[in-house]
Design a protein around this ligand. Structure first.
Ligand code: GLY
Length: 349
């Protein structure tokens, strides 16, 4: 078992291990006194892990309740959010109670945002059950929901009190969900640590999660509010979020980010923003890992969507520019250059 402390304004621990979900109540007792814990989860994870978590929480002296919403990105909306808040108020949960986010990225974002806003903010614990959430979404306190106009457009920075990651839960994941995590791990390798790549290819969960969490911890500690350095973690997402949205979420987050990594790398090179021409190498890596890298959307469609990106400030957007596999920097480009950026990134000529 490995532990990290994330030293944000309110510091918290991340515990990573195999087959540890059954002990989660004991870990939570180190940071949250006995109270009511409201487990928020989705219909898939509910069937697999809610009972073991609830049993552990009760054994540790907590009262529990549970709110389940339909699995999938489609549920990450205002209606689900408001239904959950109303249920919590109906149950009489107070400010000294807490939320348990049990599931993948959608559950973590939703439950975190509920915790950030219920009675102006209560504690929550992240229990990621997907590779993607373990590597990325459960760490760093970004919470939120989608609006009709785009992904994660309403949200809050709200750090959890604890993250407990049991990578044995990935055994039950379908391949597409495993690949979501792989895309985020490849992103981490490209921005910061090329030596991760063979470990990603070897499906070494323990090593990859520990390194990605350690990288994310350093970035979040330096820029908790995402005003600079943290935007590196958004590599591939300007285009990736557009693909997800344009596909009505039939393309998963990780699949979309993988495509976005290629488009943004190719564009950076073709625009003359870097001498590193890494798109072909990345394509062959991602193909080999099982990704479909086709993109059936036009530059105009993706550009329109990119105009909702949260890295825009005034008439400029910060883009992540690879200098090599393992090193990236941020560079602002104008929104008119962004149109050309997307077009060049899509064209394989
Ligand atoms: N998922 C990117 C971040 O937390 O900043």
């Amino acid at each position: 078992m490995k532990k990290f402390v994330v030293s944000t304004d309110s510091p918290y621990e991340i515990i990573i291990g195999e087959d540890i979900i059954k002990n989660v109540g004991t870990y939570i007792r180190q940071c949250i006194p006995p109270c009511r814990l409201c487990i928020i989860t989705d219909s898939t994870v509910n069937r697999a892990y809610a009972q073991v978590v609830m049993t552990s929480l009760i054994e540790a002296g907590y009262q529990t309740s549970k709110i389940v919403f339909p699995a999938g990105e489609h549920s990450k909306n205002l209606t689900t959010y408001s239904n959950i808040l109303e249920s919590m108020a109906d149950e009489g949960l107070t400010r000294s109670d807490a939320v348990i986010a049990l599931g993948g990225g959608v559950v973590g974002d939703m439950a975190g945002f509920v915790a950030a806003t219920y009675m102006r903010g209560i504690s929550y614990v992240q229990l990621p059950t997907t590779y993607m959430s373990a590597i990325d979404a459960s760490v760093g306190g970004k919470t939120g929901i989608n609006l009709l106009c785009g992904k994660n457009l309403a949200g809050a920075f709200w750090q959890p009190s604890l993250v407990v990651c049991d990578y044995k839960t990935f055994d039950s994941l379908p391949d597409v969900k495993r690949l979501d995590g792989v895309a985020e791990a490849v992103k981490c390798a490209v921005i910061s640590e090329a030596s991760l790549i063979p470990k990603i290819q070897a499906w070494d969960y323990e090593y990859v999660i520990e390194r990605c969490v350690s990288i994310k911890k350093s970035v979040v500690e330096a820029d908790e509010r995402d005003t600079g350095l943290r935007q590196l973690l958004n590599f591939g997402h300007t285009v990736g979020h557009g693909i997800e949205k344009l596909s009505a979420f039939s393309v998963s987050h990780g699949q979309a980010v993988a495509k976005g990594l290629i488009v943004e790398s190719r564009a950076a090179y073709k625009m003359g923003l870097t001498e590193a021409d890494i798109a072909a190498e990345l394509s062959s890596l991602l193909n080999g890992l099982g990704f479909d890298l086709s993109i059936p959307y036009s530059a105009d469609e993706l550009y329109r969507y990119a105009l909702m990106d949260k890295k825009i400030s005034g008439d400029k957007i910060s883009m992540v520019i690879p200098e090599s596999i393992g090193k990236c920097r941020l560079q602002k480009i104008s929104l008119s250059e962004l149109r050309q950026f997307v077009e060049l990134g899509l064209s394989e000529d």
